[in-house]
Design a binder for this molecule. Structure first.
Ligand SMILES: [Zn+2]
Length: 492
């Protein structure tokens, strides 16, 4: 069996001010045919590497094409997407005949002129391989599942876990379905259900924890091949943005449809229990400051680089200073100019530094601080989700009152406590630790946190879902509307 495979992934925040260009992909490496060997520990090559191992064990051949990943930001430039697509399709034509295609995509990639890059790519692949060749795709759970994807692919599976700890598990399932389909042991059919919901749903706490288990328990029995909940990506303003259930069965479309609808109803019934209470940032800081246990870990959810925000917003820093709260560590601020100044000054230098607030109104105002440069790390990296993430130069500066900040030159959310400890910050001695991230920090920080609090901060990854400034997506969704189904039925 000959399997053609490619990786193309970025998550597009259509509210972000900075577009995604070729250089943003090159930060993570752009590979063509060799990512499994050269980038096995990164987002570009992990799934391809596993595919090579699985296929080799089964006596199958893998033909690898493009592998490219970019940190989430604004829409990808049209020529960049079209160039990547052209490379994949050219490699595919050269590889024919193939028995199966495996695509590792994101599912929420938007380019100028393309609201559904993944659906577009899968459709082009289908045109080349024809109806008889298996096409499978793995998506991030923060995807926009579209009808174009469904009708052009044979099997699409998204991650179940948020944080995404199951990327390779799901890729393995995708491979098994491909092998079974090509071997004529199964005939996958997919049905989808739209619960009319927008949100972010961490799977680390109940009731989501048990719901993930319930989806897994349904698989592998009674002809159910795979169950996916695409959470949607709320910061992507496209027509298909929002949660979707889809179920793949062995040839039973009615069963797939009924199960997708049933799970959608169960998810709808859990909606209040799954939503995070929204207080004010000032209240949360005050409570964290008075906590008798520490460190209290606060997630700056509105400025999550992993969700396409710029990572330079100052709302939390400003609030800490205004409240006179000290003994805190905050990361990561993407601020090229500030890093440059600190680097020039050197470790031990004291200087007046203007931090953050550079990328636009959603970043807040810059904050002026007198700081001491405590540490500098060049070409620094951070582990997270089974991959290594480049950070460029990372600088630790200390301001008055025991406030430590980490600045970087390559945008990234915070994944692990080592980010702080590597630069000499003892988190166990800090009262407050602020991480610019929405959920991927959770796995690393839960063991050391006295408490974890999700701050309802403003920004281009704001989690104020009821008030998202959508212009393309329908506004008939929960939690903006209490009962979107009633609105559609004309009962409201
Ligand atoms: Zn995701």
């Amino acid at each position: 069996m000959r399997i053609f495979a490619a990786t193309l992934a970025t998550e597009t925040n259509t509210f972000a001010v900075v577009p995604t260009g070729r250089a943003d992909f090159e930060v993570y490496g752009v590979y063509r045919g060799d990512a499994s060997r050269k980038a096995a520990d990164g987002f570009c090559g992990a799934q391809l590497g596993q595919l090579q191992r699985l296929a080799a064990a089964d006596g199958h051949e893998v033909i690898e094409s493009l592998a490219a990943f970019a940190q989430p930001a604004g829409p990808t430039l049209q020529n960049v997407y079209e160039e990547f697509r052209a490379q994949i399709l050219e490699d595919l034509r050269a590889a024919l005949p193939v028995d199966a295609v495996q695509l590792y995509l994101h599912g929420a990639m938007v380019a100028e002129g393309y609201d559904d890059c993944e659906g577009d790519l899968i459709r082009h692949v289908r045109e080349i391989v024809g109806a008889g060749v298996h096409i499978g795709a793995e998506l991030d759970l923060h995807c926009h599942f579209t009808e174009r994807m469904r009708i052009n692919a044979d099997a699409i599976i998204c991650f179940k876990e948020y944080p995404h700890t199951d990327i390779l598990d799901r890729a393995r399932e995708l491979y098994r379905i491909a092998v079974d389909h090509v071997g004529s042991n199964i005939k996958p059919v997919t049905a989808v259900h739209d619960p009319r919901m927008v949100g972010l749903w961490p799977t680390t706490s109940e009731p989501m924890r048990s719901f993930v288990q319930r989806m897994k328990d349904l698989e592998g029995r009674d002809g159910v091949l795979s169950v996916s909940l695409g959470h949607g990506f709320p910061m992507g303003d496209v027509a298909d943005s929002g949660a979707r259930f889809w179920v793949i069965t062995d040839g039973d479309a009615a069963k797939a449809e009924a199960l997708a609808r049933q799970l959608g109803q169960e998810f709808w019934d859990m909606r209040e229990a799954c939503s995070t209470p929204r207080g004010s940032v000032a209240q949360a800081l005050d409570r964290a400051n008075r906590s008798t246990r520490h460190p209290v870990v606060l997630a700056d959810t509105g400025d999550n680089a992993g969700g396409g925000a710029m990572g330079d917003s100052t709302f939390v820093l400003r609030a800490l200073l205004d409240a006179g709260i000290g003994n805190a560590a905050l990361a990561l601020y993407w601020d090229l100019g500030a890093v440059h100044l600190c680097r020039s000054a050197g470790v031990g230098a004291t200087l007046d530094l203007r931090v953050g607030g550079k990328c636009g109104p959603l970043s807040g105002d810059p904050v002026d601080l007198r700081v001491v440069v405590r540490a500098i790390r060049e070409n620094h990296t951070q582990a997270g989700l089974g991959s290594l993430h480049p950070l460029g130069t990372v600088v630790r500066v200390e301001a008055a009152n025991g406030i430590d900040l980490l600045l970087c030159t390559i945008r990234s959310q915070v994944f692990v406590p080592e980010l702080f400890t590597d630069l000499g910050i003892e988190l166990t001695k800090k009262q407050i630790v602020v991480v610019k991230s929405n959920q991927h920090f959770h796995q690393g920080f839960a063991p050391i946190a006295a408490e974890i609090v999700y701050l309802p901060t403003p920004g281009s990854s704001s989690t104020d879902f009821a008030n998202m400034p959508y212009r393309v997506r329908s506004l008939n969704y929960w939690p903006r509307v209490e009962d979107p189904f009633a609105v559609e039925a004309g009962r409201n």
